[in-house]
Design a binder for this molecule. Structure first.
Ligand code: UVW
Length: 317
């Protein structure tokens, strides 16, 4: 496509929350999740069922990663075989132990994106200079998000089930109007400050197709429009959580840009993005008991100056 607009052109009139929470803010729309919002989430705990939303890091079946990233490599450093040889370490009393490590992209599995993870026009969230990312994020890294933690009312929007499919297809799009229709069909209302948890089950294809999954790679997801951005702004959505790698349709079919919602929602409004979640057990439960709301709680890892971090979010019903 030759006439793909720049983000500056596409998002010229798009709203920004820069400065709304002060000149040093690094957590953006998570500021909406006040103590009252946490209690609003707690009121949706009814049966005490806990669902973990993280995918297994180092899954023998592979890690679905954004093209260019590689799956986690886990290495055993010490195991019972380490104590076989003459040079084996000795501990008083005969203690043996296992040790291991992983070499992994911080965004190679279920993860929180830092607000400084993407940018355009030389500025990241809150107007900070994009040069502040050089050698590590001095501003808007994931660490402040990890420090505060995330808790509030979560609402599952099961777009795959709503469309009567096992999983959404490559490049299949939906809008905020579709989210509202999905919520209505589920008998739930999306409220201001809700953490939106959207199921597509698209990654099923990764486990079914292997490498073929990446041919003509274009994930399904939300598609940019000024109206959608205004809706997120009006609803004061703090956090968008999905089971896809990039939270939005990878290439916008209307303008050819890549990941414009990362720019409009994350960079400009400060909405935190959470990706590659496993929503299957939660979705089964919601469909069975009709309760699509829950306490959502997540504590990404505190990694210094990082652009993202692994996380195991909880949905508690
Ligand atoms: C990019 O934005 C490139 O990656 P992610 O899907 O981790 O946000």
């Amino acid at each position: 496509m030759t006439d793909v607009p720049t983000m500056d052109e596409l998002l010229k009139d798009s709203p920004k929350n820069w400065g709304k929470w002060g000149p040093d803010d690094e957590v953006g729309a998570l500021n909406y999740l006040t103590a009252e919002e946490v209690l609003r989430g707690v009121r949706h705990v009814r049966s005490g069922q806990v669902f973990t939303l993280q995918r297994l890091i180092g899954d023998p079946l592979g890690d679905p990663v954004w093209p260019g990233r590689s799956p986690a490599v886990k290495t055993m450093i010490l195991d019972e075989s380490s104590w076989d040889g003459a040079d084996a370490p000795q501990f008083p009393g005969g203690l043996h132990y296992a040790d291991d490590k992983i070499d992994a992209f911080l965004q190679g599995s279920t993860q929180y994106d830092a607000l400084g993870h993407v940018w355009y026009g030389g500025q990241i969230w809150n107007g900070y200079d994009a040069r502040s990312t050089v050698g590590g994020l001095d501003r808007a890294s994931v660490a402040p998000i990890a420090e505060r933690g995330v808790a509030g009312r979560g609402v599952l929007l099961d777009m795959a089930r709503f469309r009567g499919k096992d999983n959404l297809d490559k490049a299949e799009t939906f809008t905020h109007e579709d989210l509202l229709a999905c919520a209505k069909a589920q008998g739930v209302e999306i409220e201001p400050h809700d953490v939106l948890v959207i199921r597509t089950n698209f990654l099923r294809l990764f486990f079914e197709q292997g490498e073929k999954f990446y041919e003509g790679f274009c994930e399904p997801g939300l598609v940019y429009s000024p109206e959608l951005v205004s809706w997120f702004q009006d609803m004061e959505i703090p956090n968008l959580v999905t089971d896809t790698i990039a939270n939005e349709v990878t290439t916008d079919p209307n303008n050819g840009t890549a990941l414009p919602l990362h720019c409009a929602l994350m960079r400009n409004l400060g909405v935190t993005l959470t990706e590659i979640c496993d929503l299957e057990k939660l979705a089964e439960s919601c469909a069975a008991d009709g309760q699509y709301t829950f306490l959502y709680a997540a504590a990404p890892l505190k990694v210094h100056q990082a652009s993202g971090s692994p996380v195991n979010p909880l949905a508690i019903k």
